[in-house]
Ligand binder design. Structure first.
Ligand SMILES: NC(=O)c1ccc[n+]([C@@H]2O[C@H](COP(=O)([O-])OP(=O)(O)OC[C@H]3O[C@@H](n4cnc5c(N)ncnc54)[C@H](OP(=O)(O)O)[C@@H]3O)[C@@H](O)[C@H]2O)c1
Length: 253
C-alpha cells in the first residue's frame, strides 16, 4: 500500500519547508497531501514532485475538515506522517480585535488541529508520526497576543497528553516549539503593518527550512517536545523558573 504524509499549512512558510525537507529524506512517503486554502500556491509547489497532491481545504470550516475526511475514507491511505502546521494569530489588545479573529485563531490552532488528528489516527500504522507545530508563545501568557499564546499552550498540552495516549499504538507525537521564524506569519498577525519582526525577535528569527529539517529529525527520534534554537531553549528554561505573576509585572508594566 502506498504510504502517505499529510501536511497542513503547506502553501507557505514552515509548512512549505516541511514539504521540501520531507522530499529530501530517503524515507519520504510515496505521496504527500499538501493542504491549504490557496490552491494556486499548492499547484506551484506540486511541480517539485509527482508525490505531491494538492488538497484545497479551509480548516476553519467543517467542509474543509470533511474534504480530508472524505479523501481518507475513499482512498484508505496508510498515513505514516501527519504535520499539523496551519496556524494563525492576530496581535493587539483583545478589546480592539473583532470577535472573528479570536474565534478563528482558536478554531484553526486548536479545534481543527485536534479534530483532524482524530480523523487521521485510524489510518496510521504502527511507527507513524504526528508533528504538531506549537510555538515559544506557549510557554507564558502574552498580553497583546493573548489568544495566540493561549492557543499554543493548548497545542503543547494536547500533544503531550496525546503522545502518552498513542504510545500503546506505537504512534509517536512531537510538538515543535519554534521562536520567531521568517515567514508570512508576522505580516498577517499585524494586518500587514509589519512584515518583519522587531526588537530582539529580529535577531533570533530562525530559518524555516532548517527548522523543518530539524523537526523531522526530532520526530524520527521520538522526541515529544522539540524546542528549536538556543535563545528559544533559554527562554523555555527561564519560563519554567520565573513565577508567571512576576514575569507579567516585569515585562508588561
Ligand atoms: N513564523 C513564526 O514566527 C512562528 C513561530 C512559532 C510558531 N509558528 C507556527 O507555525 C505554523 C506555520 O506558520 P508560518 O510561520 O509558516 O506562517 P504562514 O506563512 O502564515 O503559514 C500559515 C499556513 O497556514 C495556512 N492556513 C491559514 N489559515 C488556514 C485555513 N483557514 N485553512 C487551511 N490552512 C490555513 C496557510 O495557507 P492558506 O492561507 O493558503 O490557507 C499557510 O500555509 C503556525 O501554526 C504558526 O503558529 C510560527
Amino acid at each position: 500500500m502506498a504510504t502517505t504524509a499529510i501536511i497542513t499549512g503547506a502553501s507557505s512558510g514552515i509548512g512549505m519547508s516541511f514539504v521540501k525537507a520531507l522530499l529530501k529524506e530517503s524515507t519520504c512517503p510515496d505521496k504527500i497531501w499538501i493542504v491549504a486554502r490557496r490552491l494556486d500556491r499548492l499547484e506551484e509547489l506540486a511541480k517539485l514532485s509527482d508525490k505531491l497532491i494538492p488538497v484545497k481545504a479551509d480548516l476553519l470550516k467543517e467542509e474543509g475538515i470533511d474534504t480530508i475526511k472524505n479523501k481518507l475514507n475513499e482512498e484508505h491511505p496508510e498515513v505514516v506522517l501527519l504535520v499539523n502546521c496551519a496556524g494563525m494569530g492576530k496581535k493587539g489588545d483583545i478589546a480592539d480585535r473583532p470577535s472573528k479573529d479570536i474565534s478563528d485563531a482558536i478554531t484553526l490552532n486548536c479545534t481543527a488541529l485536534s479534530v483532524l488528528t482524530r480523523e487521521v489516527i485510524p489510518f496510521m500504522p504502527e511507527d507513524s508520526r504526528i508533528i504538531n507545530v506549537g510555538s515559544s508563545a506557549a510557554y507564558l501568557p502574552q498580553p497583546h497576543f493573548t489568544v495566540y499564546a493561549a492557543s499554543k499552550s493548548y497545542v503543547v498540552s494536547f500533544s503531550r497528553a496525546l503522545a502518552r495516549e498513542l504510545r500503546k499504538k506505537r504512534i509517536y507525537v512531537t510538538v515543535v516549539c519554534p521562536g520567531p521564524v521568517e515567514t508570512e506569519f508576522n505580516k498577517l498577525a499585524t494586518d500587514g503593518a509589519s512584515a518583519e519582526f522587531t526588537g530582539f525577535r529580529k535577531f533570533v528569527a530562525a530559518d524555516a527550512d532548517k527548522l523543518a529539517a530539524a523537526s523531522l529529525k526530532a520526530a524520527r527520534h521520538k522526541r515529544v517536545m522539540f524546542v528549536y534554537g538556543l535563545p528559544n531553549k533559554a527562554l523555555h528554561v527561564a519560563a519554567k523558573l520565573m513565577p508567571v505573576g512576576l514575569y507579567l509585572k516585569l515585562f508588561y508594566r
